[in-house]
Design a protein around this ligand. Structure first.
Ligand code: SAM
Length: 207
């Protein structure tokens, strides 16, 4: 896994560009007056650096040490600090609560997708937000980036089922066709799932 992603990041360019993901930027006001954010599968750090620059305490988790090296270098150049955590999401055991968790384009196999939502909710403080943009299964028909393997893409109804079983309010869950312009790797019309969940302050009562 690390070798696969390191090979992609082994270039001077920022392969997903310098600017934060649009969905994260558009929804930044949700968590800008909160304190802490965890960015999962954060790669070269475009969201993390944007959020750190807004004054948040930011942590970025990724399996690629090359991506995290590029992230730290860029953070230094931008006079911000981002704490990095080099691990597979599968091995991450949340050891603190964050006010928000952010995730863009983390391509997990079907059997691990539920874990992304479960761990994110586990890591969130009550009322905290999970904000994510992921490629939908329909992205298989587009040439704008992402895996050419349906097993690594997300199904809206699966996500709905997962979210309904978690202690959260679904503030947004939609599948949309958008136009990406993110570095060299995400360019053109794309089908994505956009998600905003808010953690409840109590676990739901299971009848
Ligand atoms: C498509 S890139 C997106 C990077 C970043 N989120 C962005 O939007 O610019 C996917 C990222 O997820 C990381 N990744 C993939 N699978 C992972 C896993 N199981 N655990 C942790 N990181 C993972 C890769 O190293 C890569 O940085």
């Amino acid at each position: 896994m690390q070798a696969f992603w390191n090979a992609k990041f082994q270039t001077k360019n920022l392969i997903y560009g310098e600017a934060p993901n649009n969905f994260i930027k558009e929804n930044a006001e949700l968590f800008l007056n909160l304190k802490t954010v965890m960015c999962l599968g954060e790669g070269e750090g475009r969201n993390a650096i944007f959020l750190a620059d807004k004054g948040l305490e930011v942590e970025a988790l990724d399996i690629s040490d090359i991506a995290l090296l590029k992230l730290r270098r860029r953070a230094k150049e931008s006079y911000v600090f981002v704490k990095t955590r080099h691990t597979l999401l599968e091995y991450w055991e949340p050891d603190q609560l964050y006010d928000s968790v952010v995730c863009t384009y983390l391509h997990l196999p079907k059997e691990n997708q539920k874990m992304l939502f479960e761990k994110s909710l586990e890591a969130l403080a009550p009322h905290g937000y999970f904000v994510a943009e992921l490629f939908s299964e329909s992205q298989i028909h587009f040439e704008s980036g992402g895996p050419k393997n349906i097993a690594l893409l997300y199904d809206l109804n699966d996500i709905l089922d997962i979210a309904k079983a978690l202690p959260c309010k679904i503030l947004k869950l939609s599948q949309e066709v958008i136009v990406l312009n993110e570095g060299d790797k995400h360019v053109g019309r794309a089908s994505v799932v956009r998600i905003i969940l808010q953690k409840l302050d109590h676990s739901p009562i299971v009848p």
